[in-house]
Design a protein around this ligand. Structure first.
Ligand SMILES: Nc1ncnc2c1ncn2[C@@H]1O[C@H](COP(=O)(O)OP(=O)(O)OP(=O)(O)O)[C@@H](O)[C@H]1O
Ligand SMILES: [Mg+2]
Length: 452
């Protein structure tokens, strides 16, 4: 049974209309005071609110605005009397569903309600379909077959619709931002865009005004009033990337916002209500930061309602083949290149690397490999950049008893020169060119290092 709230200061009129409408199968409540009606809206789930436009306590436009602030998608019908026609139009412009001019026959109102009901059910169906679509696409962006990724997706599905704070932890390039966006897309806040800030990328003295906004003249560069990211993220999600880099004084302010759901622009004295879901990410171990006094313990526990850990790529090599395939397709499309056959050895080689830069590093490596590949097969040689890098590291064996930098550099230099000479079949002139040093310097070094 659709639930309706009637708001009109005319007691008899409300009574009459309520009786009529309830006989038609609606669950009707009425209120003669807009202020108490707002309270009712806060605490009930009405399908429709029908309100007068001229009331002594609060005018209809103001009432509409506050009602919509409480419930964004509330269907409001305004009743305009003689002389308030313009206001009624204005109300519709500001988000009322429709208006009806007094005096009207009860059947007219009934008809309007039927139409509104129809629209409601279409809107619900539409939302349901959109959510379903999003649910599939949001998670589909996260590629991976490993049990860790499957478990991660399962957790994302569960936590997204709940309005709780989430911390995402993972090394650089593991997909923290991707996961944050998926959570937002699967939440009921997804109709608004997610707002993101990287706490490590913004100078300390600017973070506060970025987050909270400022009043004109609050500091030298504050030429205008400006809303901060919290206000921008109102009714949406704020993604705080690298939260571990947030200075301590701002951690205190963030804690306060989470507790009071209010922010204050720099230089202002009044608080503003905000409704923001926070998703935070960190590539550090925040608990270590807590132990060492760099991160507030109370903030940590406030944020850590739900915790998602994305394991590094090297711990889920099962994902490498499917990620490789995914990125190959992506970059072939982007660069308009025919899709190559991926050699088995290529996959095997890629699963042996350390992937310090995780999925991002793999993504970049695949892009350059695709650009280099012109033979129709994707071979290990197309990933030579990666190979060179791992070989370099392999050359450096760390001897903790002797950590002399000079010795380590000399060792590296010797090996490097040997490789350059090998690459040009021992031709010293060419090797010197390759190494970008003079012929004389090369001869000197060959002698010094005893290279044959
Ligand atoms: N599981 C995955 N499936 C598909 N693409 C992924 C996956 N994980 C990461 N990526 C891609 O890798 C790149 C890096 O991901 P993202 O920016 O989310 O990582 P991050 O953890 O936020 O990194 P950083 O700590 O450096 O900010 C992006 O292009 C992202 O689309
Ligand atoms: Mg990131």
């Amino acid at each position: 049974m659709p639930k309706i709230l009637f708001v009109d200061d005319d007691y008899e009129f409300t009574n009459m209309l309520s009786t009529y409408i309830s006989m038609e199968g609606y669950d009707v409540e009425s209120s003669n005071s807009p202020k108490s009606a707002l309270n009712l809206i806060k605490n009930n789930n009405y399908d429709f609110v029908i309100t007068d436009i001229r009331m002594p306590e609060m005018d209809g436009l103001r009432f509409l605005q506050e009602a919509l602030e409480i419930k964004r998608d509330l269907t409001v019908i305004v009743m305009s009397a003689y002389g308030t026609y313009e206001t009624a139009i204005e109300a519709v412009k500001r988000g009322a569903y429709d208006y009806i001019s007094k005096p009207f026959k009860p059947e007219e109102l009934l008809l309007l309600l039927k139409k509104a009901e129809e629209r409601e059910s279409l809107k619900r169906e539409n939302n349901r379909l959109r959510m379903q679509l999003k649910q599939e696409s949001g998670l589909d962006n996260i590629i991976g077959n490993s049990f860790q990724i499957q478990e991660l997706k399962e957790k994302i599905k569960r936590v997204s619709p709940l309005d709780v704070t989430v911390i995402i932890q993972g090394e650089s390039g593991t997909g923290k931002e991707l996961v944050a966006r998926a959570i937002h897309d699967l939440s009921k806040r997804s109709e608004h865009p997610i707002v993101a800030i990287n706490c490590a990328a913004i100078p300390e003295n600017l973070i506060e005004s970025e987050l909270f906004g400022h009043a004109r003249g609050a500091f030298t560069d504050a030429h205008t009033d400006r809303a901060g990211l919290f206000e921008e993220a109102n009714n949406s999600t704020l993604f705080l990337d690298e939260i571990g880099e947030l200075p301590l004084n701002l951690q205190t302010k963030l804690l306060r916002v989470i507790e009071t759901k209010e922010i204050r622009r720099i230089g202002e004295t009044k608080d503003r209500k905000v409704d923001v879901r926070i998703i935070a990410a960190t590539s550090r171990n925040l608990l270590d930061d807590v132990k060492e006094g760099r991160f507030r313990e109370d903030l940590y526990y406030r944020l850590n309602v739900f915790n998602l850990v994305i394991p590094p790529l090297r711990e889920r090599v099962d994902d490498i083949p499917i990620l490789l395939k995914h990125f190959v397709l992506k970059f072939c499309k982007k660069h308009n290149i025919r899709e190559p056959v991926i050699e088995k050895a290529t996959i095997e080689f890629l699963t042996t690397l350390r992937w310090e830069g995780n999925v991002r590093q793999l993504e970049n490596a695949v892009e350059s490999a695709i650009i280099l590949c012109d033979s129709g097969t994707l071979a290990v040689s197309h990933f030579s950049q990666l190979k060179a890098r791992t070989d370099e590291y392999r050359d450096i064996e760390i001897d903790e008893k002797d950590m002399s930098l000079n010795k380590a550099v000399a060792k590296f230099e010797r090996n490097f020169i040997i490789k350059a000479l090998a690459a040009v079949n021992g031709n010293r002139t060419k090797a010197a060119q390759l190494l970008n040093i003079s012929h004389r310097t090369l001869l000197y070094k060959i002698k010094e290092y005893g290279i044959k």
